[in-house]
Design a protein around this ligand. Structure first.
Ligand code: IMP
Length: 206
Protein backbone atom coordinates (compact mmCIF):
# COMPACT_ATOMS: atom_id res chain seq x y z
CA UNK A 1 0.00 0.00 0.00
CA UNK A 2 0.88 3.66 -0.07
CA UNK A 3 2.26 3.87 3.44
CA UNK A 4 4.54 0.82 3.19
CA UNK A 5 5.75 2.11 -0.20
CA UNK A 6 6.81 5.33 1.38
CA UNK A 7 8.52 3.65 4.30
CA UNK A 8 10.29 0.96 2.31
CA UNK A 9 11.54 2.75 -0.75
CA UNK A 10 15.08 4.10 -0.79
CA UNK A 11 15.29 7.57 -2.32
CA UNK A 12 17.83 8.17 -5.07
CA UNK A 13 18.60 11.72 -6.21
CA UNK A 14 19.40 11.73 -9.94
CA UNK A 15 21.94 14.39 -10.95
CA UNK A 16 20.75 15.25 -14.45
CA UNK A 17 19.00 18.04 -16.29
CA UNK A 18 17.32 15.52 -18.60
CA UNK A 19 13.68 15.06 -17.50
CA UNK A 20 13.25 12.06 -19.81
CA UNK A 21 16.08 10.26 -18.05
CA UNK A 22 14.50 10.97 -14.66
CA UNK A 23 11.08 9.69 -15.65
CA UNK A 24 12.50 6.54 -17.26
CA UNK A 25 14.70 5.84 -14.22
CA UNK A 26 11.80 6.50 -11.88
CA UNK A 27 9.54 3.99 -13.66
CA UNK A 28 12.29 1.35 -13.93
CA UNK A 29 13.43 1.63 -10.30
CA UNK A 30 10.00 1.95 -8.68
CA UNK A 31 9.44 -1.76 -9.47
CA UNK A 32 12.72 -2.54 -7.74
CA UNK A 33 11.98 -0.70 -4.49
CA UNK A 34 13.52 2.71 -5.16
CA UNK A 35 12.12 6.17 -5.56
CA UNK A 36 13.86 8.61 -7.94
CA UNK A 37 13.76 12.40 -7.75
CA UNK A 38 15.92 14.91 -9.59
CA UNK A 39 18.82 16.30 -7.53
CA UNK A 40 18.11 20.00 -7.11
CA UNK A 41 20.63 22.47 -5.73
CA UNK A 42 18.96 25.79 -4.92
CA UNK A 43 15.90 24.53 -6.82
CA UNK A 44 17.87 23.85 -10.01
CA UNK A 45 19.37 20.77 -11.63
CA UNK A 46 23.13 21.32 -11.22
CA UNK A 47 25.11 21.82 -14.43
CA UNK A 48 27.77 19.14 -14.34
CA UNK A 49 30.90 19.38 -16.47
CA UNK A 50 31.31 16.48 -18.88
CA UNK A 51 35.00 15.92 -19.55
CA UNK A 52 35.11 15.43 -23.34
CA UNK A 53 37.29 12.84 -25.06
CA UNK A 54 36.67 10.44 -22.20
CA UNK A 55 34.71 7.23 -22.21
CA UNK A 56 31.16 7.26 -20.82
CA UNK A 57 32.31 5.34 -17.74
CA UNK A 58 34.83 8.07 -16.83
CA UNK A 59 32.19 10.73 -17.50
CA UNK A 60 29.63 8.96 -15.28
CA UNK A 61 32.17 8.72 -12.45
CA UNK A 62 33.11 12.37 -12.90
CA UNK A 63 29.43 13.38 -12.74
CA UNK A 64 28.78 11.41 -9.52
CA UNK A 65 31.89 12.94 -7.89
CA UNK A 66 30.76 16.44 -8.85
CA UNK A 67 27.28 15.74 -7.48
CA UNK A 68 28.82 14.46 -4.23
CA UNK A 69 30.89 17.64 -3.90
CA UNK A 70 27.77 19.75 -4.40
CA UNK A 71 25.79 18.06 -1.59
CA UNK A 72 28.66 17.94 0.92
CA UNK A 73 27.90 20.27 3.81
CA UNK A 74 24.25 20.69 2.78
CA UNK A 75 21.14 19.01 4.16
CA UNK A 76 21.39 16.54 1.23
CA UNK A 77 24.78 15.26 2.40
CA UNK A 78 23.43 11.83 3.42
CA UNK A 79 21.40 11.30 0.25
CA UNK A 80 22.07 8.46 -2.14
CA UNK A 81 23.03 9.97 -5.49
CA UNK A 82 22.59 8.69 -9.03
CA UNK A 83 24.35 9.84 -12.21
CA UNK A 84 24.46 8.51 -15.76
CA UNK A 85 26.36 9.02 -18.95
CA UNK A 86 25.03 7.51 -22.13
CA UNK A 87 25.32 7.69 -25.87
CA UNK A 88 24.71 6.19 -29.28
CA UNK A 89 27.62 4.25 -30.81
CA UNK A 90 27.32 3.59 -34.57
CA UNK A 91 29.43 0.65 -35.81
CA UNK A 92 30.18 1.93 -39.32
CA UNK A 93 31.21 5.33 -37.92
CA UNK A 94 33.72 3.79 -35.53
CA UNK A 95 31.49 4.37 -32.51
CA UNK A 96 30.60 7.98 -33.36
CA UNK A 97 28.92 9.98 -31.84
CA UNK A 98 29.51 8.02 -28.59
CA UNK A 99 30.48 10.43 -25.80
CA UNK A 100 29.59 13.34 -28.14
CA UNK A 101 25.98 12.17 -28.57
CA UNK A 102 24.21 15.09 -26.97
CA UNK A 103 26.42 17.63 -28.82
CA UNK A 104 25.86 15.89 -32.17
CA UNK A 105 22.12 15.67 -31.49
CA UNK A 106 21.95 19.45 -31.02
CA UNK A 107 24.25 20.29 -33.97
CA UNK A 108 23.77 17.70 -36.77
CA UNK A 109 20.42 16.53 -35.45
CA UNK A 110 18.80 13.22 -36.33
CA UNK A 111 18.51 14.12 -40.03
CA UNK A 112 22.24 14.97 -40.12
CA UNK A 113 23.09 11.57 -38.65
CA UNK A 114 20.84 9.84 -41.21
CA UNK A 115 22.61 11.81 -43.95
CA UNK A 116 26.00 10.53 -42.72
CA UNK A 117 24.55 7.03 -42.97
CA UNK A 118 22.76 7.44 -46.32
CA UNK A 119 25.16 5.34 -48.45
CA UNK A 120 25.75 2.83 -45.65
CA UNK A 121 24.14 -0.62 -45.71
CA UNK A 122 25.85 -1.71 -42.45
CA UNK A 123 23.51 0.03 -39.94
CA UNK A 124 24.37 -1.68 -36.65
CA UNK A 125 24.59 0.53 -33.57
CA UNK A 126 24.19 0.42 -29.83
CA UNK A 127 22.99 2.61 -27.04
CA UNK A 128 25.19 2.42 -23.96
CA UNK A 129 24.61 3.77 -20.48
CA UNK A 130 26.87 3.78 -17.46
CA UNK A 131 25.00 4.38 -14.23
CA UNK A 132 26.84 5.43 -11.07
CA UNK A 133 25.39 5.42 -7.56
CA UNK A 134 27.08 7.00 -4.55
CA UNK A 135 25.95 5.94 -1.09
CA UNK A 136 28.50 8.07 0.72
CA UNK A 137 30.58 5.04 1.58
CA UNK A 138 31.01 3.73 -1.92
CA UNK A 139 30.49 4.41 -5.63
CA UNK A 140 28.93 1.60 -7.66
CA UNK A 141 28.80 1.59 -11.46
CA UNK A 142 27.05 -0.64 -13.99
CA UNK A 143 26.84 -0.64 -17.78
CA UNK A 144 23.81 -1.39 -19.93
CA UNK A 145 23.88 -1.98 -23.68
CA UNK A 146 21.03 -2.07 -26.20
CA UNK A 147 21.95 -3.34 -29.68
CA UNK A 148 20.01 -2.16 -32.69
CA UNK A 149 19.98 -0.66 -36.18
CA UNK A 150 19.85 2.91 -37.45
CA UNK A 151 16.56 3.32 -39.29
CA UNK A 152 16.22 4.77 -42.80
CA UNK A 153 13.98 7.56 -41.62
CA UNK A 154 12.87 9.41 -38.51
CA UNK A 155 9.88 7.66 -36.98
CA UNK A 156 7.93 8.11 -33.74
CA UNK A 157 7.39 10.89 -31.26
CA UNK A 158 7.92 9.16 -27.94
CA UNK A 159 11.09 9.07 -25.88
CA UNK A 160 13.91 11.52 -26.58
CA UNK A 161 17.24 11.97 -28.35
CA UNK A 162 17.98 9.34 -30.99
CA UNK A 163 14.92 7.21 -30.15
CA UNK A 164 13.17 7.99 -33.49
CA UNK A 165 16.10 6.58 -35.55
CA UNK A 166 17.02 3.58 -33.37
CA UNK A 167 15.42 0.16 -33.95
CA UNK A 168 16.39 -2.16 -31.06
CA UNK A 169 17.22 -5.76 -32.03
CA UNK A 170 15.17 -7.05 -29.09
CA UNK A 171 12.05 -5.25 -30.31
CA UNK A 172 9.60 -5.89 -33.15
CA UNK A 173 10.99 -3.55 -35.81
CA UNK A 174 9.64 -0.28 -34.42
CA UNK A 175 11.99 2.51 -33.37
CA UNK A 176 12.26 3.41 -29.68
CA UNK A 177 10.41 6.59 -30.64
CA UNK A 178 7.40 4.43 -31.54
CA UNK A 179 7.45 2.56 -28.21
CA UNK A 180 5.79 3.38 -24.94
CA UNK A 181 8.37 4.06 -22.27
CA UNK A 182 7.67 0.77 -20.47
CA UNK A 183 8.37 -1.20 -23.68
CA UNK A 184 11.53 0.79 -24.33
CA UNK A 185 12.78 0.44 -20.74
CA UNK A 186 12.30 -3.35 -20.68
CA UNK A 187 15.08 -3.66 -23.29
CA UNK A 188 16.96 -0.36 -23.11
CA UNK A 189 20.54 0.38 -22.11
CA UNK A 190 19.17 2.53 -19.24
CA UNK A 191 16.83 -0.23 -18.05
CA UNK A 192 19.67 -2.74 -18.07
CA UNK A 193 22.20 -0.47 -16.35
CA UNK A 194 19.71 0.50 -13.62
CA UNK A 195 18.68 -3.10 -12.96
CA UNK A 196 22.33 -4.10 -12.66
CA UNK A 197 23.13 -1.22 -10.31
CA UNK A 198 20.12 -2.02 -8.11
CA UNK A 199 21.33 -5.60 -7.77
CA UNK A 200 24.77 -4.36 -6.71
CA UNK A 201 23.14 -2.00 -4.18
CA UNK A 202 21.34 -4.94 -2.62
CA UNK A 203 24.55 -6.82 -2.01
CA UNK A 204 26.09 -6.43 1.44
CA UNK A 205 28.86 -3.83 1.26
CA UNK A 206 32.46 -4.73 1.87
P1 IMP B 1 24.47 12.54 -21.66
O1 IMP B 1 23.52 13.47 -20.98
O2 IMP B 1 25.83 13.05 -21.84
O3 IMP B 1 24.44 11.18 -21.02
O4 IMP B 1 23.93 12.47 -23.14
C1 IMP B 1 23.31 11.37 -23.61
C2 IMP B 1 22.89 11.66 -25.05
O5 IMP B 1 22.84 10.41 -25.71
C3 IMP B 1 21.47 12.23 -25.10
O6 IMP B 1 21.45 13.61 -25.22
C4 IMP B 1 20.94 11.57 -26.35
O7 IMP B 1 21.38 12.31 -27.44
C5 IMP B 1 21.63 10.23 -26.34
N1 IMP B 1 20.85 9.21 -25.60
C6 IMP B 1 21.15 8.63 -24.41
N2 IMP B 1 20.21 7.79 -24.02
C7 IMP B 1 19.26 7.84 -24.98
C8 IMP B 1 18.02 7.19 -25.12
O8 IMP B 1 17.55 6.41 -24.26
N3 IMP B 1 17.34 7.48 -26.24
C9 IMP B 1 17.79 8.33 -27.19
N4 IMP B 1 18.93 8.98 -27.09
C10 IMP B 1 19.68 8.73 -26.00
Amino acid sequence: SDITDRVDKMLLLFATGNKHKVSEASAILSHLGYEVEPLLIREKAPELIEPQAEGIEEVAISKIKQARELVMGTELEDSVLLAEDSGLFIDSLGGFPGPYSSYVESTLGLSGVLKLMSAESERGAEFRAVTAVCTGRRVITATGICRGQISGEISGEMGFGYDPIFIPDDGDGRTCGEMHSSEKSSISHRGRALKAVSELLNLPSK
